[in-house]
Design a binder for this molecule. Sequence first.
Ligand code: ADE
Length: 344
Amino acid sequence: MKKKDIEALILWYETNKRDLPWRHTKDPYKIWISETMLQQTKVDTVIPYYERFLKEIPDLKALANIDEDRLLKLWEGLGYYSRARNLQKTAQILQSQNQNTLPIDKLALQSLPGIGPYTVGAILSIAYGLREPAIDGNVLRVLSRVYEEKESILKPKVRAKYDSILQKWMKDFSPSSFTQSFIELGALICTKTPQCKECPLNQACKAYKHQTIDEYPVKKETKEKRILHKTVFLFEYKKKIGITKRENKGILANLYEFPNIENSLNEEEINKLFQNKGIYAKKIIKLQPVKHVFSHQIWILHGYQVLLDNPIPNVTFVEKKELKKEYSLPVAFQKVWQSSVLKD
Ligand code: ADE
């Protein structure tokens, strides 16, 4: 890449950038929230969450003090809930230090929960205008093609190499536009099916020159995801539906769920289980199994709708409307709910 290529990229960005809500602010808090939401979620999905979140939690103080259940409800459907919990932990740490804004210092930022190298770069360059690159998957895809990067982009040393390359280039440009121009190019042009003819970097791009775009980025084989089968019960009692709260550790900690157990049980096994637990089911209806993919595991959920004459101890029965409005139910369980006739 030469300076003129980056000039072309930034000109392209200024002309073609999407009008996104977080592009109307330099408020570090808002940039932090948007970048945290955007890390594992698409722009179109994030927009309504971002707007709702900021309306209800407009600053660090509000975030530090909001009830966790409400916070998780605002996050419901975005996935990777540890992001929300870490946002709150960070806000609480800053509050305890009497700081009312995010630190402008790289090391101080890095030490906060949930703030990794990408988020540090995004906050420092976009909100504070400092020369600190932000390298996410979009940016790595662009760079791996421009340089025909033979090593896996998942390797920290590859990221570090591009961090130092970008840091040098950033000197001559607005850090905010510089960072976002690479992100935007990766999102709009240098995608899985890239539009190379429209790309402001096509003159500099080795993969384009050699027609090897399909070969990049190289990603080292990732570990296979573990497949877990679970039997999920949609208990219905007096038109109410039974939920429980997950424990305060592990995946989906503290969120709500439908009562469930490991493995896929057949109806005979379910009847035995109910007998042991003193549950009398008026009717049991088998649902279509649903699949939900997490970052490290895949759940196959075998749902059963169970009609009851009596409630079950330790299970909270709530109105269906209330469930939708008040309780944070992970998408995996929403899928089971969608597969039943209980949803309306
Ligand atoms: N993805 C990550 N950060 C982004 C941003 N600031 N704008 C658009 N997409 C993004």
